[in-house]
Design a protein. Sequence first.
Length: 254
Amino acid sequence: MTPHHQITGPDTGEVVVLAGSIGSNLSMWDPQVPRLVDAGFRVVRFDNRGHGRSPVPDGPSSMADLAGDVVELLDTLGIERAHLVGLSLGGMIGMWLGAHEPSRIDRLVLCCTSAKLGTPQMWEERATQAKTKGMVSIADGSIGRWFTPGWIQANPGLAKEYHHMTATVPAAGYASCCAAIGGMDLRDALPSITAPTLVIGGRDDQATPPEHAQLIADRIPGARLELVDGAAHLGNVEQPEIFGELITEHLTAR
């Protein structure tokens, strides 16, 4: 399915696709878009299937399904090749594409993500929680993983907005993506990725801890690892300047 998307920046710019976390929508990338546009990029960001304004699938999805949505989006827009910046679920999509659709990916930035996260049972339980207890209960848990306590205390209004972002995701859409994460193991695929790759981890990320970032960087040939202080899972929101600088620097390096 072609996901809902938004395009910002010059038509002639190199294309950067921004892929977001489970439980989010494309607005999670608001902190990075102006810097990328100022650097001359054409920014394409999208809502994962079942999230934001994208269609809700009927039943569980796989990582191949979610990555296929990105390929379909590129095809719809007439884009042969693009950079991809992904965070969490978006990073998993980026790794899948880097391994299975290398001709479509130029450079990769993998933020606060994992090549194998939890167990299928854990994600099945999370999906069941979404469908039986509601997405507010999911948001109550995720907000403490997304941000450090200090950031939440200093930014109560923004924290409330991000809680609302997750709470308003359709439960069926969230559950469908839970299945994709639960069924994913990309560890053995990482050595086949040839795209120049930057891995960014948050030192305070409890959802995908630094050792997950380290494993990815160790297994992708030539990948570079940067760990950011004072960043939990949505590090691009908590430390927007540092993430923006690292992302732009990697995408413009020649």
